[in-house]
Design a protein around this ligand. Sequence first.
Ligand code: KIV
Ligand code: ZN
Length: 455
Amino acid sequence: MDRPRITIFDTTLRDGEQSPGCSMNVQEKVRLAQQLNRLGVDVIEAGFPIASDGDFEAVQRISATVRRPIIAGLARACKGDVDRAWQALQGAAHPRIHVFLATSDIHLQYKLRITREQCLEQAREAVAHAKSLCADVEFSPEDATRTDAGFLCQVVEAVIAAGATTVNIPDTVGYSMPEEYGQLIRTLREKVAGIEKVTISTHCHNDLGLAVANSLAGVQEGVRQVECTINGIGERAGNASLEEIVMAMRVRRDRYPYENAIASEHLFAASQMLAEITRVPVQPNKAIIGRNAFAHEAGIHQDGMLKNPLTYEIMTPQSVGVPDSRLVLGKHSGRHALALRCEQLGHQFERRELDEVYRRFVVLADRIKKVQDGHLLELIRDVVEGNTSNGSGVSSTGKKFPPATAALPLPRAAAAAANSGDAHIAQVAGSAGQATVKIPFSDHHGEQEDYLWGV
Ligand code: KIV
Ligand code: ZN
């Protein structure tokens, strides 16, 4: 059976660019649009042409150079905006005019100072005008989630009759809860005449950290387009993050049996490019593409990862384009990870010998956050030479440990993996020489003992 297809609408270049510190020049927007194209997004919202000459030019240039996806230009619900958007989209292979008008009483009363009747008429007129220019028209009732549900149904019905092909339901201020958002979509599907003819879309902001959850709740109620941004950038707390939406649906296909066209192995590159262009770094613990998203520091975790990555990883770093899983050596690391790193640096220790290295390592890791290869090599040298200079005492064995040489066999784990058909790749990152070692699923012994040993 064919799985329903979810259209991924990227608004990094429009809503995303509206976030503080994220503005981009035309050249940067074109570069990012090309990356979005490689990523496989279905729609690129390239800008808001009436807003500035730069936005107009960006939409124009992206239309001319990025030919596969639909290129959307945003317009308020008035003739001047719609015409300007259409002008910018002239060269697009697949143009879309995206018209929006606020519908909540708060916005009507305080921002637009118009009545519901005027709002309804303005929406209808603007969509009809857009439709006279372009076959593909999207309409967004801004602040939909705080709009009276009956009035929202009326507006949606009117714009469908006027020719809208996509109806987007924005949670503009990130106020909705997932069940509530899902219920709103259900209501629209039950009450609005003609709704089955159009694509329903989500556009959720993250003010309560629920943008992705709300978007997914919408998908479960029949939404077939999700609007989102790379790194979740956007007004205030941002938009639903594209990478989270895509990977949530991919990893939990059992709950979300839908298809999308995203080539997820390009996610990390898209995220890095955006961070580089805007100079807005990604928070380290950001899901999917944050620096720590695939890093394992706690000893128990590292031990589990080394035995089988499935213990602590629900997707592979490779699947989202992160070069490799990283085991960070810090004060919470365990002996198992330390032993592996030592092996990669050419030093193999027996357990009691490793205890001494580990003891000194913990003292050092307590002082500096991350132990790099250089530090570790220095520490090993001290231990091997029976040096007490690290303040960690004499080697417990009193023995000097010879470093492994090139003539020695491959480190144990690597050698075992080389003989194993079913190995995952784990990498211990360091400042120098990041050796990749394959860890077979079954390379463990004395599980309980190792479990404790790994702490
Ligand atoms: O958040 C919002 O309501 C918007 C609309 C213009 C779609 O960005
Ligand atoms: Zn928005």
